[in-house]
Design a binder for this molecule. Structure first.
Ligand code: SAM
Ligand code: MD0
Ligand code: SF4
Length: 366
């Protein structure tokens, strides 16, 4: 891209003027390190405008790896019989959650496959809802649920029990690609459930899977769609091929594109939360993701908890590399610091208030 063209787009982003599809596409077409550096610098400046040097930590509790679905990209798809599954009890979930809170996470992300035990029976979620209620009372920590697509009734129950966030990723907003990834799952149902959650007062997270046949046009469409949707947290994760799944031989992706997408998301949605997931490249991939404008570290998992990651089922877990202790030094190198629990909760509250009444304006940390 011509230097003057890049200057012009970055200046527009800095002034928080919405970039056009064409401009987003030009940014996504960047292939030189030098240009990427310029985009990430602009992304960091915008992050600082809204979050100063503060970063949020999310504890990840993948409590059931059973699933009724057959997503082609996922290790935990129903047809993969080579993977031994686990399902943690409510007691086990609570003790892991408490460990995470004690270690300093700001939020607990309770995630599961679409486990038939919960999904396919009447009142199947009753005990889990009660557990969320107990957990909220015991830990006073914000809670995200990632249970897959659940009924509106169940979403209300979780909300009433104290869940703050609903995470449910479309992966792509290209319906043809979606149907190749999320086999036999309705695009519209998934999207509409997110919108219903938003109406119920949840904060919502939308996510993209990159490097599974998505074009730059698809990613540009998605970024604008995420903005229009008003997603409060927006993520991208690079596809990691999984053994014994249809996309096992897809080949590995470079991290360049994910870093660029994180930075472009920050330029288009400067005030949103954007994760740097430890679930793609582990601890060694954290530095570059923070450098690209991410402000939440997700997939923090306590060692010897018997819990898995999603895209990297075991990477960095057993050796304790996915812990708050290990990420603090990486923050320091990037001149960043952990937010306090109060700062995270203030952000959540003010975002909820902003969504109910946009007149009250957005919120800045510090
Ligand atoms: N089962 C629920 C669902 O699918 O909504 C909750 C789990 S969801 C949080 C798992 C997410 O991890 C997927 O939506 C996808 O974005 C990501 N993921 C799964 N397999 C992956 C892979 N092989 N590489 C990268 N990301 C992956
Ligand atoms: C992560 N493995 O944050 C988790 C997961 C689910 N809400 C999040 C994809 O990377
Ligand atoms: Fe199941 Fe979620 Fe994996 Fe799809 S992504 S197979 S719904 S665990």
């Amino acid at each position: 891209m011509k230097v003057s063209k890049l200057d012009e787009i970055l200046k527009k982003a800095e002034q928080e003027t919405l970039l056009s599809h064409k401009e987003i596409l030009s940014l996504l077409s960047i292939s030189s390190q030098n240009e990427l550096d310029r985009v990430t610098l602009a992304a960091r400046k915008l992050r600082e405008r809204y979050f100063q040097h503060k970063v949020f930590f999310y504890g990840f509790v993948y409590f059931s790896t059973y699933c009724r679905n057959n997503c082609t990209f996922c290790l935990y798809r129903k047809s993969n019989q080579s993977y031994p599954r686990y399902r943690k009890t409510c007691e086990e979930i609570r003790s892991t959650a408490q460990r995470l809170v004690d270690s300093g996470v700001h939020l607990l992300d309770l995630t599961m496959g679409e486990d038939p035990l919960y999904h396919n029976s009447k009142n199947g979620f009753r005990d889990l809802v009660q557990m969320v209620r107990d957990l909220k009372r015991e830990t006073r920590t914000p809670i995200m649920i990632s249970p897959g697509v659940v009924s509106e009734e169940v979403l209300w129950e979780f909300k009433e029990a104290g869940a703050d966030w609903y995470a449910c990723y479309q992966e792509t907003h290209n319906k043809t690609l979606y149907n190749r990834l999320r086999i036999d799952q309705s695009y519209d149902e998934r999207m509409n459930r997110k919108l219903s959650a938003k109406e119920m007062g949840y904060l919502i997270e939308e996510g993209l899977l990159a490097g599974v046949g998505d074009s730059n046009e698809d990613i540009a469409d998605s970024i604008l769609m995420m903005k229009k949707l008003g997603a409060d947290q927006v993520r991208v994760m690079t596809f990691v091929p999984q053994e014994n799944t249809p996309l096992a031989d897809w080949g590995t992706n470079s991290q360049f594109r994910e870093l660029l997408i994180i930075a472009v998301m920050r330029l288009v949605m400067p005030d949103r939360l954007i994760p740097a997931s430890l679930d793609v490249d582990g601890l060694k991939g954290l530095d570059k993701r923070l450098n690209s404008g991410a402000n939440v570290i997700t997939s923090i998992i306590p060692p010897s908890s018997g819990l898995a990651g999603v895209s990297q089922s075991s990477l960095d877990i057993g050796d304790g590399n996915r812990t708050v202790e290990k990420i603090i030094p990486v923050l320091k190198i990037n001149h960043l610091e952990p937010a306090t629990q109060g700062e995270y909760q203030a952000w959540v509250k003010s975002r909820q208030a902003f969504l109910t009444n946009p007149e009250r304006g957005g919120f800045k940390c510090g």
